[in-house]
Design a protein around this ligand. Structure first.
Ligand SMILES: C[S@@+](CC[C@H](N)C(=O)[O-])C[C@H]1O[C@@H](n2cnc3c(N)ncnc32)[C@H](O)[C@@H]1O
Length: 231
């Protein structure tokens, strides 16, 4: 069942992918860090929740994982399926994942959980479809970042149709722990600064792949990268 608010979110993403396509997302090389943090192994089963155009699934395939993805946008799913026929990509709401219990070794959900209406339900369903020793990676927006504060307070430009939202570190931590996930690690997303360094060095700077290169203090991170396991 898809209600009005969910339909608005879906339509906003369909329109965004139709009009902006690949330009809407970070480039592929910004996604390797998630595979490195998770230590994805060949043949492991990876699910990317809210997979968009399949950027993370491309990385999963590079790591020789068996890749599945879901997204609510039919435009995203059709595009990703054409691009990545080796992956199993389906149109679905993350609140009701169309997979059996205990299926996946790794789950990623990048820049998307804050967009979802019933986050508890999403977390419960991710828990259901993952194995007991699985690792789960969420990249989620920080409400204490300068970028979010400027966007929200100064320019009042938070995107309601795309359900843009954010929480601070304590709030994300409380949500994950309430749903019985243990936090293995949390680092600041470094893409904004890495992008500047890449531009300044004409693409020769490759530091982003190295998770030790942390320039931003966690509390001011634009987004948090959480690695979780099930309790
Ligand atoms: C900012 S994009 C990120 C896409 C992708 N994770 C990436 O990093 O390339 C957010 C994605 O969340 C998807 N989305 C939003 N709500 C969803 C839901 N309830 N179930 C599944 N996908 C959802 C959107 O369609 C969109 O593709």
């Amino acid at each position: 069942m898809i209600d009005n608010q969910q339909q608005t979110i879906k339509e906003w993403f369909d329109y965004t992918y139709l009009t902006r396509g690949e330009m809407y997302l970070r480039p592929k090389n910004a996604y390797y860090i998630f595979a490195e943090l998770l230590q994805i192994k060949p043949n492991a089963k990876l699910l990317d929740v809210a997979c968009g155009l399949g950027r993370m699934l491309e990385i999963g395939l590079d790591y020789k994982a068996q890749c599945s993805g879901v997204d609510i946008s039919s435009v995203a799913v059709e595009t990703a399926k054409l691009k990545l026929p080796e992956a199993n990509i389906v149109e679905a709401n993350a609140e009701e994942l169309p997979f059996k219990d205990n299926t996946f070794d790794f789950v990623t959900c990048l820049g998307s959980l804050e967009r979802m209406i019933d986050k508890e339900k999403v977390l419960q369903d991710i828990k259901r479809v993952t194995t007991s020793d699985s690792r789960i990676c969420f990249m989620v927006r920080n409400s204490n970042s300068w970028r979010w504060l400027i966007t929200k307070k100064l320019f009042l430009t938070v995107n309601k149709k795309g359900h843009q939202d954010a929480k601070n570190y304590q709030q994300w931590k409380a949500l994950f722990e309430k749903e019985n996930f243990e936090i293995v690690s949390c680092i600041p997303d470094q893409w904004p600064i890495m992008r500047i360094l890449q531009i300044l060095t004409f693409g020769t700077f490759k530091g982003y792949k190295n998770k030790q290169n942390s320039f931003t203090p966690l509390q001011y991170a634009n987004e948090f990268i959480f690695i979780l396991k099930k309790n």
